[in-house]
Design a protein around this ligand. Structure first.
Ligand SMILES: *Cc1c(COP(=O)(O)O)cnc(C)c1O
Length: 232
C-alpha cells in the first residue's frame, strides 16, 4: 500500500471512529482532499484510493491540473479574486469562499453566461482573525438578504477556516458558533438557499469539527504529507 493510500485509509478510520463515538453516520461526512502544491500524479493516486472530491485554493493550480486530473469533483476553497471567476465557473462543483457582494455579482454573471446555477458556500471568519477572509459572524444574515437577487447562485451552506491551535479543543467554540449561524440561516428559508453543507475541519482539527456538526472536511497534510511550497 502506498503512503497516500495508507494515509487515506487511516483518515477514513479516524472519521469512522469519531462518528461512531457521537452516533453520526460516517457517510454524511464528505472528504475533500486538499491538493494545493500536490502534483497530478499524486492527486491521481489519491483518486485511485477512492477520493472523489479535491480542493484547490488557487485558480492557477486548477487551470494547470484540470486537464490531467479527471473523474473527480473540484472545489475552490481559497480566496477568489473577482477577475478570475471566469476561469473556473465551468470547472468547479462548489465555491467555498463567497465573502463579498462584488464576488457574488461576478459569479452570478458568469454562471448566467454558462446557463448554470453555481453552488457556493459563504465563508465566515468566525474567530475574527485579521489575516483571514470571510464575513464577520454578525454580517452573515444581512449578506444572505442581499444576495437573494442573484438568480444564478445557490447557497449550499457555510465554510470557515479555524485559527491554527496546537490543541484543537481550543477551536471547538468556533465550530459551535458556525453551526449556530448555519441553523439560524436554515430556518429563515431564504429562496435559492439550500443549507446542506458545513465545511469545517482540516488535518489538525477535523475530529472536533465533526463532533460539532461538520459534514465537509478539507484535509491536505493528513493525506499528502507536508506541503513543499518551494517546488512551485
Ligand atoms: C490548505 C487548506 C486546507 C488543508 O489544510 P491541512 O492542514 O493541510 O489539512 C483546508 N482548507 C483550506 C481553505 C486550505 O487552504
Amino acid at each position: 500500500m502506498s503512503y497516500i493510500e495508507k494515509n487515506i485509509k487511516d483518515l477514513r478510520e479516524e472519521i469512522n471512529e469519531t462518528c461512531r463515538k457521537i452516533g453520526r453516520n460516517p457517510e454524511e461526512i464528505q472528504l475533500i482532499a486538499v491538493t494545493k502544491t500536490v502534483d497530478p500524479e499524486r492527486i491521481n493516486e489519491a483518486i485511485h484510493a477512492g477520493v472523489e472530491h479535491i480542493g484547490e485554493n488557487k485558480v492557477q493550480e486548477i487551470m494547470e491540473k484540470y486537464d490531467v486530473v479527471s473523474n473527480v469533483h473540484w472545489h475552490m476553497i481559497g480566496h477568489l479574486q473577482t477577475n478570475k471567476v471566469k476561469y473556473i465557473i465551468d470547472k468547479v462543483k462548489l465555491i467555498h469562499s463567497l465573502d463579498r457582494i462584488s464576488l457574488a455579482e461576478e459569479i452570478n454573471k458568469r454562471a448566467k453566461k454558462h446557463n448554470k446555477i453555481m453552488d457556493v458556500l459563504v465563508q465566515v471568519n468566525v474567530a475574527n482573525e485579521e489575516t483571514k477572509f470571510g464575513l464577520a459572524s454578525n454580517e452573515v444574515l444581512e449578506f444572505f438578504e442581499k444576495i437573494q437577487i442573484f438568480e444564478h447562485i445557490r447557497v449550499r451552506g457555510l465554510m470557515t477556516i479555524a485559527p491554527y491551535e496546537e490543541n484543537p479543543e481550543n477551536v471547538r467554540k468556533y465550530f459551535k458558533k458556525l453551526k449556530e449561524i448555519f441553523e439560524t440561516i436554515k430556518i429563515k428559508g431564504f429562496p435559492r438557499v439550500d443549507m446542506k453543507y458545513l465545511s469545517m475541519g482540516m488535518t489538525n482539527d477535523f475530529k472536533v469539527a465533526i463532533e460539532e456538526g461538520s459534514n465537509m472536511i478539507r484535509v491536505g497534510t493528513g493525506i499528502f504529507g507536508r506541503r513543499n511550497y518551494n517546488k512551485l
